[in-house]
Design a protein around this ligand. Structure first.
Ligand code: AVI
Length: 323
């Protein structure tokens, strides 16, 4: 596992030795019987910008619900953060929720945000440094599922992990368990881990959140086609696909797909792929939990649920896990 320094950010060295590239994952994903891509590829600069816009939408309840929950739990949360702690955030994006924790817990000495988007990470690091001059900011530009070591600045300190936004819902249960086990290893014995989880709720509200009337989520989904066109020299016709959000009750997840509106062939990286009319490219799962179900999942990865803060309408929870 190698890293190097660049513009003050540590880069994961993609492709060496275990890394897979966007191209590898696209070629494999488009060859599956149900075409599918990992959702992490949404987050190029434009995708990260569109995701921030989603978080502002009336229809997308998770962000504002979790923000309100964090604000009302801030003193409780601050009370479990030790003096001189390092706060390690997985998939930190714009680091907006972090501010609630940092405002309530001035004892945080180091903030280590981990994110795959260079633009989002450097912007967030800059603004956190400006607004919290006493906090050492040690950003890690990396797929947060691959982070193997804490930044030097965060070692030898009490560690609190932070994973808000219900991003854990974008993993399958097997992946979520593996991520939680990896995070336990990364954060270390005795660590606390604050995780936001979106809870099961009525189908109509879920579908509206993932197929908003302004079409921002549709643009976010379709940006994957734009990205493949640009980075892999693909020739997806953007108007040839439509955004779909479907509640899969059996799996307790919202699925996002891009549905082909006609029979069409796409060429990409020297290969061709055929889409039948109505065939979909499955681009994301967003699992919805119960606190009991999530606690059982976390237990399989060596975490015990120590506390929970829950909002009933819309249903959302922030839980505190402990090794
Ligand atoms: C980042 N993640 C938790 C979002 C979600 O709700 O699953 C991504 C998203 N997809 C569509 N809208 C938002």
């Amino acid at each position: 596992h190698q890293r190097w320094m660049f513009s003050g950010l540590r880069l994961a060295r993609d492709g060496v030795p275990q890394g897979r590239t966007f191209r590898d994952d696209v070629l494999e994903g488009l060859s599956l019987p149900q075409k599918a891509l990992p959702p992490k590829y949404f987050y190029d600069a434009e995708g990260s910008r569109l995701f921030e816009a989603i978080c502002e939408l009336e229809a997308y309840y998770p962000t504002r619900t979790e923000l309100a929950l964090l604000r009302s739990a801030a003193q409780d949360i601050a009370a479990v953060i030790p003096d001189g702690a390092a706060l390690v955030e997985f998939g930190s994006g714009a680091s907006l929720k972090t501010r609630i924790v940092l405002d309530a817990a001035p004892q945080v000495a180091v903030y280590a945000p981990i994110d795959i988007s260079a633009a989002a990470l450097s912007g967030a690091a800059k603004s956190i440094r400006a607004d919290y001059p006493n906090v050492i900011v040690a950003p890690l530009l990396e797929d947060f599922t691959r982070a193997l070591d804490l930044p030097r600045e965060a070692r030898q300190r009490p560690v609190v992990g932070f994973f808000p936004g219900s991003t854990i819902g974008n993993f399958t249960p097997t992946e979520a368990q593996a991520f939680l086990a990896g995070a336990r290893h990364l954060l270390g014995e005795g660590a606390a881990f604050l995780v936001g989880i979106d809870l099961v709720k009525p189908e109509a509200q879920l579908v509206e959140a993932y197929d908003d009337p302004l079409g921002v989520t549709a643009a976010f989904n379709k940006n994957l086609l734009v990205r493949m066109n640009r980075e892999l020299d693909a020739d997806f016709v953007l108007d040839g696909y439509r955004h779909r959000a479907i509640w899969n009750a059996a799996e307790s997840r919202i699925e996002m797909h891009l549905e082909s509106l006609s029979d069409q062939t796409v060429s990409l990286a020297g290969r061709t792929f055929h889409f039948k009319a109505g065939e979909t490219l499955h681009t994301e799962n967003s699992y919805k939990f119960t606190v009991a179900g999530f606690s059982a999942l976390a237990a399989k990865a060596g975490w015990r649920l120590e506390r929970e803060w829950t909002c009933a309408h819309p249903a959302f929870a922030v839980v505190l896990l402990r090794t």
